[in-house]
Design a protein around this ligand. Structure first.
Ligand SMILES: *[C@@H]1O[C@H](CO)[C@@H](O)[C@H](O)[C@H]1NC(C)=O
Length: 416
């Protein structure tokens, strides 16, 4: 091999090495109970809910679909896993995982939080400061959304857009992509559902433009589109009393002025009453339109091209509340490579989703059939009961007669 060739192949190797995807964290729960050595339970409260490793009641693959399931109702859950700390400076950041609410969730979180490496995992709780919170949240009919929250200068900022989450019982893949050009993308099941720029879709920075505090609406600015017609005057016969004495009323014959006082007819609404007079409206010849407050560049605004950047990413955590437990989290992935994440999503969720759906379908069908059979059985039972009744009737004529009498008695009542 010539020097030149050697150099070329080293370069190729180097380039290949450089574009290689970096996977910072991956957790598929494929090694039995070993996950317990990687996931740390918070001790902040003593009654956190317990996780169970399971593929659930239906799945695409009994082993691959094993994940962490919330197993106790009405509990907080707080566990986290650590990885080699990194900064996403100059690189994309992809956070991805699957959520399966197989319990028909009524209210509960399905999101992850990504923390700085200095988090004390055993002390993690709802107020522990995090970098990113991402994933579905369901409560009742009104809250069914995907959270995308970023911490910026010590404050959490919620996305201003509403992203709907999935609310069925199947596994779904949630992906957040954060790019160094300060754009982002949210995907569900490897399909883009939202995208845009950090600056526009969150309120990290003060607005670029503000209303000019120096500008004031001129005193003589006339913004009345219509005015009273000065030529229109109130007709002289306009004013009439609102109520008048009833002309048809008569003093009762037995009215006693000494006892009852002077008789006065009751008042009735005056048919000639026209209400308050208002002049006709006309176009205002001096109308200038609505005054628009001029805007100026906001002196408090300065662009920040590092909003996307988190310097010490080191922990991913599940910190959530669930009313009805049963949610399974699986296929956690944090990487700098969008394509790799999509590939892994396809290789995990993408492969098991269809058999999972089938198994669920079969279970539902079976349940329905059993239900139908039960109903049918009940129907036959009722018929048998009727047969028995007939038998009894034969044996106990007297009672039968009574019943007939009762029936006869009842009939006229029904007709009433
Ligand atoms: C993932 O799967 C989808 C649907 O089958 C396909 O369109 C897409 O190209 C796949 N992505 C990759 C990176 O292979």
């Amino acid at each position: 091999m010539s020097k030149m060739q050697l150099l070329a192949s080293v370069t190729v190797l180097l380039v290949a090495y450089c574009v290689q995807a970096k996977v910072y964290f991956r957790e598929d729960f494929l090694d039995g109970d070993e996950w317990r050595s990687r996931w740390v339970d918070s001790k902040h409260k003593s009654d956190y809910g317990k996780w169970k490793l399971t593929a659930g009641d239906f799945y695409g693959d009994a082993e691959k679909d094993k994940g962490l399931q919330t197993s106790q109702d009405a509990r907080f859950y707080a566990s986290s896993a650590r990885f080699e700390p990194f900064s996403n400076e100059g690189k994309s950041l992809v956070i991805q995982f699957t959520v399966k609410h197989e319990q028909k969730i009524d209210c509960g979180g399905g999101y992850v939080k990504v923390f700085p490496a200095d988090l004390d995992q055993t002390a993690m709780h709802g107020d522990s400061s995090y970098y990113i919170m991402f994933g579905p949240d369901i409560c009742g009919y009104s809250t069914k959304k995907v959270h995308v929250i970023f911490s910026y200068k010590g404050q959490n900022h919620l996305i201003k857009k509403e992203i709907k989450c999935m609310d069925d019982e199947l596994s779904h893949l949630y992906t957040l992509i954060l790019n160094p050009d300060q754009t982002y993308e949210v995907k569900i099941d490897n399909k883009m559902v939202e995208s845009g720029s950090l600056e526009e879709d969150w309120d990290f920075l003060p607005p670029k433009k503000i209303k000019d505090p120096e500008a004031k609406k001129p005193e003589d600015w006339d913004d009345r589109a219509k005015i009273d017609d000065p030529d229109d005057t109130k007709p002289e016969d306009w004013d009439k009393p609102e109520n008048i004495p009833d002309p048809d009323a008569k003093k009762p014959d037995d009215w006693d002025e000494d006892m009852d006082g002077e008789w006065e007819p009751p008042m009735i609404p005056n048919p000639e009453y026209k209400g308050d007079w208002k002049p006709k409206q006309m176009d205002n010849p001096n109308y200038k339109g609505t005054w628009v407050h001029p805007e100026i560049d906001n002196p408090d605004y300065s662009p920040d091209l590092t909003i996307y950047k988190f310097d010490n990413i080191g922990v991913i955590g599940l910190d959530l509340w669930q009313v009805k437990s049963g949610t399974i989290f699986d296929n956690f992935l944090i990487t700098d490579d969008v394509k790799e994440a999509e590939d892994i999503g396809n290789e995990t969720w993408g492969v098991t989703k269809e058999p999972e759906r089938k198994m669920k379908q079969e279970q539902d069908d079976l349940k329905r059939k059993e239900e139908e059979e039960k109903n049918k059985e009940q129907d036959t039972h009722t018929e048998e009961d009727e047969d028995e009744d007939e038998g009894e009737e034969d044996n106990e004529d007297e009672e039968d007669d009574d019943e007939e009498e009762e029936e006869d008695d009842a009939k006229p009542k029904d007709e009433l």
